[in-house]
Design a protein around this ligand. Structure first.
Ligand SMILES: Cc1cc2nc3c(=O)[nH]c(=O)nc-3n(C[C@H](O)[C@H](O)[C@H](O)COP(=O)(O)OP(=O)(O)OC[C@H]3O[C@@H](n4cnc5c(N)ncnc54)[C@H](O)[C@@H]3O)c2cc1C
Length: 401
């Protein structure tokens, strides 16, 4: 309806050589050709021949004909994500992510999705309250970033710092992940500030927050209070524009001596950790035959060993190492599969893993399709190569002052 009407006379006049009736022949024209691409019969003939012979290729599936008929796809144009600037927010919605090891977890990203939902409904902005500000906060949806003056495990000092921010900044909501650390911090802050707290929210909107209760027989619903913790997989992460993640300055009060005199992180031995609790699992499948290299790689990567059922049935790995529907369903962040086909029963065991890496000689294996990083190669060659890289890196680290 909104297309401009074509005037055929003007169009014809534009194609005439000035003063004559001959149509203009514009060799330098760069105007795109309309309609189908021009055929090149010689190229088609060459493609139809067996390479190096004059015999025609037997094309039962008509693949050549289909390929020739298909239009050439245009190269994808990469565009930088658009930056959204909220210069003067009406209010702030704070996110306190767990960020284990300084990186946002999938649950943390969902918090930012929820915070964007609350902020965007009324012209607000999202502020991340983190120990180590990282570059992924802008993509996650943070407009502002406030670094908390806490190092290491000190929930008491962290709750005090959050309490100071809560009292001084215009924070309409503060969101925590309902995890061991995030849930503990949220409850400490609620007790400190004397405020209502809604734990393990399963749905959230600017007007209501709800969760299941009484063995999931009833639903509790209310207007969202200031302090909320969010259950995992309740809200989708933010997947849209890049946000500014501007650092904010804030004068935190001097931390006073708390009840915790000393706290330090004692890492568990990954080789002895139960598979269900492991953070990073390296698994072997039927494509692995060099078990010495496999065990060395597991130790060098500081991972927990796993296996497909095929290897456990064959007695090559213990039954406790079996990953999958009839083995252990993992809660790990990282999964490294060596020579595993990716049968549905196996994939059920890695459904929750955030990062999956697969090594397989078959490009079309289901495990390769599930992986975010895939190496199509022989596992027996990849394992020693990777071990060498890890050893070189360790030596390089030792040499550094
Ligand atoms: C009721 C039921 C429950 C089951 N539960 C489970 C379960 O919990 N867990 C589980 O794992 N399975 C389970 N299974 C079995 C499952 O269906 C598959 O048979 C099994 O997962 C296959 O193991 P795999 O991928 O190691 O072996 P294969 O299917 O033999 O695949 C081997 C893979 O290794 C690749 N490969 C071969 N050589 C190399 C090489 N040199 N380098 C790299 N890659 C190579 C191949 O391309 C192939 O993709 C279950 C089956 C049933 C019926």
């Amino acid at each position: 309806m909104s297309r401009p009407r074509k005037d055929p006379r003007t169009a014809r006049a534009a194609h005439r050589v000035a003063g004559g009736i001959r149509p203009r022949f514009d060799l330098a024209s760069t105007a795109p050709l309309a309609g189908r691409l021009r055929r090149d019969p010689r190229a088609e003939e060459r493609l139809a021949l067996v390479p190096g012979a004059l015999r025609r290729r037997l094309d039962r599936a008509q693949r050549i004909a289909v390929a020739l008929a298909a239009p050439v796809p245009a190269a994808p144009v990469e565009t930088a994500p658009t930056l959204r600037v909220i210069a003067d927010p009406a209010f702030l919605v704070a996110v306190v992510p767990d960020a284990p090891g300084g990186r946002l977890s999938a649950h943390d990203r969902q918090l930012f999705g929820a915070a964007r939902l609350l902020a965007d409904a009324g012209g607000g902005a999202v502020i991340a309250l983190v120990e180590q500000p990282g570059d992924e906060l802008a993509m996650a949806g943070a407009d502002r970033v406030l670094a908390l003056p806490v190092a290491g495990y000190d929930p008491e000092a962290k709750a005090l710092a959050l309490g100071a921010a809560l009292a001084a900044l215009d924070l309409r909501h503060v969101l925590f992940p309902e995890t061991a650390d995030g849930g503990d911090l949220a409850r400490r802050l609620a007790a400190l500030a004397g405020e209502a707290f809604f734990a393990a929210a399963e749905s959230l909107s600017p007007k209501t927050v709800s969760r299941a209760a009484g063995g999931r027989r009833v639903e509790q619903r209310r207007a969202p209070p200031r302090l909320i913790s969010l259950a995992q997989d309740a809200i989708a992460p933010h997947a849209g524009m890049l946000h500014e993640a501007l650092p904010v300055a804030f004068a935190f009060p001097e931390p006073s001596g708390g009840a915790i005199l000393s706290a330090r992180f004692i890492p568990a031995d990954p080789a002895k950790v139960a598979l269900a609790e492991a953070d990073f699992v390296v698994s072997a499948g039927n494509g692995v035959s060099d078990f010495e290299a496999f065990r060395a790689l597991v130790a060098a990567l500081n991972a927990t060993p796993g296996a497909s059922r095929m290897l456990c049935d064959a007695g090559l790995m213990p039954r406790s190492a079996q990953v999958g529907a009839s083995g252990t369903v993992l809660d790990a962040r990282g999964y490294f599969a060596l020579g595993i086909a990716g049968a549905p029963q196996h994939l059920q065991g890695v459904a929750k893993c955030e990062h999956v890496i697969a090594v397989n000689t078959d490009l079309h294996a289901a495990m390769i399709e599930r992986a975010s990083l895939a190496v199509v190669a022989d596992a027996q060659k990849v394992m020693p190569a990777l071990l060498k890289l890890l050893q070189d890196e360790a030596r390089h680290r030792e040499l550094q002052p």
